[in-house]
Design a protein around this ligand. Structure first.
Ligand code: HEC
Length: 207
């Protein structure tokens, strides 16, 4: 009795020690990689994503890229961070597609503030959130903020085709509609200044 109870306690201890880490890793890339993806898409891609199929010309060395990147990040950057951002730009230029990232989970129901937080870049007052594949048909994406937000919301596809583009003018929430084909990845680019996302709700339009 005592023996099996001890065994159970031991198992429970092992499970609680290992499970959260496994679950977190399955959901998101490591925090530094995730932060770099968010930085790239909130601070770099606005200038760089129209440059598909252009060749990289900073072959002269990463020193030039390093200071350029630090200037746009607004502060010091580590070597691995610069390398990660450089790789993302190369990927975008060579493939004309978003750097691949895994969404939080399938785009259904509600995504809450705490799971959206890693995709926020407070310094840029911006979010970059991969939505994954939206269900086929006309879909609503409802964003709710913690205060009136100024800025804009853009949704694009894996190939960086913009499918929705709306302004925020002191809005506490906004609903965007998108026609989805079911098999295309979508990405949310949000500029909301100080305003924090409270939630995102996915709904089928008219239902
Ligand atoms: C205000 C616009 C702007 C922003 C923001 C910006 N860049 Fe640039 N970037 C440029 C321009 C212009 C060039 C030089 C022309 C070119 O090569 O496209 C350049 C060049 C580069 C190059 C060399 C590209 C090559 O072809 O060799 C890299 C790497 C780079 N940027 C990375 C970044 C990263 C990473 C960020 C975000 C931290 C960033 N840039 C933000 C405008 C910008």
């Amino acid at each position: 009795m005592t023996g099996s109870r001890q065994l159970l306690l031991l198992l429970a201890a092992i499970l609680t020690a290992t499970l959260p880490a496994v679950a977190a890793r399955a959901q998101l890339p490591d925090p530094a990689a995730l932060a770099a993806v968010v930085q790239f898409n909130t601070m770099c891609s606005n200038c760089h994503e129209a440059e598909c199929s252009g060749r990289m010309s900073f072959d002269s060395g990463s020193a030039a890229a390093h200071s350029h990147i630090e200037r746009h990040l607004g502060g010091p950057a580590s070597e691995p961070q610069v390398a990660a951002l450089f790789a993302m730009l190369r990927h975008v230029k060579e493939t004309c597609r978003h750097y691949p990232v895994v969404p939080i989970r399938p785009a259904r129901g509600t995504w809450l503030a705490e799971e959206l937080a890693p995709w926020h870049n407070p310094q840029a007052g911006a979010y970059f959130i991969p939505l994954g594949k939206l269900a086929a048909g006309r879909q609503q994406i409802h964003l709710e903020f913690d205060r009136a937000a100024d800025g804009h919301v853009r949704i694009d596809t894996d190939r960086m085709e913009i499918v929705a583009d709306e302004r925020l003018c002191r809005d506490g929430s906004i609903t965007i509609e998108v026609d989805a084909s079911g098999d295309i990845e979508h990405f949310l680019h949000l500029k909301s200044g100080q305003a924090i996302l409270r939630r995102i709700e996915f709904r089928r339009a008219g239902g």
